[in-house]
Write a protein that binds this ligand. Sequence first.
Ligand SMILES: Nc1ncnc2c1ncn2[C@@H]1O[C@H](COP(=O)(O)OP(=O)(O)O)[C@@H](O)[C@H]1O
Ligand SMILES: [Mg+2]
Length: 184
Amino acid sequence: MTAADDHPGIVGSPAPTERVLRWPDEAATAAFAARLAAAPELRRAFIALHGDLGAGKTTLVRHLLRACGVAGRIKSPTYAVVEPHEPTDAAGAWQAWHFDFYRFDDPREWEDAGFRDIFASTGLKIAEWPEKARGVLPTPDLDLFISSDADDVRHVTLTASTATGRALLRQVADGAPPQENLYP
Ligand SMILES: Nc1ncnc2c1ncn2[C@@H]1O[C@H](COP(=O)(O)OP(=O)(O)O)[C@@H](O)[C@H]1O
Ligand SMILES: [Mg+2]
């Protein structure tokens, strides 16, 4: 990390828009989720999760919702496309929607199922398989690209496209310097 990264307010040193992280095990995924849950910006963010089946997208969402104070069993939305949640913290309840667009193939559903309204609302929108809803989905604040290597280590690239996304990136990258040098 450079001195400029430590002081994102300095004129001429824009906030970073990309980070590479490494999750050696599910505990690392959970630790990341806990840092993300602590960001106030999460409550109005749209986060898109990319990666093959088994990459760990649903696992991350479950840890994140749990860290946000969602109690009980966290159902996966695979058949329903979206699963609403109501995280509760000291300030009260707020809204979170977990999307899985794997089976989304009719853009009319975007209007009919009220997805447009959800994306116009505050609250967290987090989506698996955003590629399947290309053309109707807005630009994510933050994109996560997750891949798994032969040792089951997850390599995660985070890309921020908005001020909200950059704020989230700062939050989760705290204490985690850019790791591009790990990939010569
Ligand atoms: N960081 C990690 N390291 C090792 N295994 C993980 C990690 N994250 C998740 N897993 C495991 O890999 C699987 C990922 O499944 P899932 O989260 O359903 O993937 P996806 O939603 O991307 O298809 C789960 O069995 C989970 O326990
Ligand atoms: Mg999944």
